[in-house]
Design a protein around this ligand. Sequence first.
Ligand SMILES: C[S@@+](CC[C@H](N)C(=O)[O-])C[C@H]1O[C@@H](n2cnc3c(N)ncnc32)[C@H](O)[C@@H]1O
Length: 235
Amino acid sequence: MDNGWDASARAWIEVIGDDGDWGRRHVLDAPMLARVRGRGFREALDIGCGEGRFCRMLAAEGIACIGIDPTEELIATARLRDPDGDYRVEPAESLSLKDASVDLAVAYLSLIDVGGLKPALAEAHRVLRPGGSFLIANLQSFNTAAIPLGWTHEPDGSRRFCIDHYLCVRPVETAWRGIRIVNWHRPMHHYMQGLLDAGFDLVHFDEPAPYGVDDDKAERYRRAPNFLVMEWRKR
Ligand SMILES: C[S@@+](CC[C@H](N)C(=O)[O-])C[C@H]1O[C@@H](n2cnc3c(N)ncnc32)[C@H](O)[C@@H]1O
């Protein structure tokens, strides 16, 4: 299935800019970096790396990172932005890396885009060394269940966050700022059970709050947060 990323790549690069979008700058970057700093990781794989921003952040922490993504234009941009980096056009479901070749795998808001969750988790497990970490930032499942309803305007002026069909796994089309893509809605247990079945143990779980900003968007975020962060260890 065409998930829209080829046609949306240019708009995505614009939205991410040099510093990342609001959610990355004000919610996810700090807790994601906190999970990798000072832990002695040396070789990482960024699954669904996009235009390579988190790979560059890992490199700045002294962690060599391979970035993979099936969207050619995003990988071309990653190479331009980091000519010494290792960026490969390939999907999470079928990696070119050898078994047990990295000690950190990252999926920074990309598991929602991956159609084949089971093979992707098996591949992440295969390329990690035993004891290696799989660091995941993902959309909350109640959030993907809110597409296309999301925030409503009630007759009394209040706003509600509407979700539906939570237990039904399905592709959901979503669009913002020139990006039009297909994400996957999967209930939370689908990810958690999938990771357990693939041979990972959960070592960290967080629902980070916005930092460095206190505007209407931050208030809405606190009412219905978009993201979660978790770290799993290869058994
Ligand atoms: C929301 S973007 C996140 C990009 C990057 N991780 C970041 O945080 O800026 C999702 C990424 O998943 C990628 N993607 C889509 N299908 C994929 C697949 N089967 N395997 C790996 N990545 C995929 C898209 O090309 C896109 O770059």
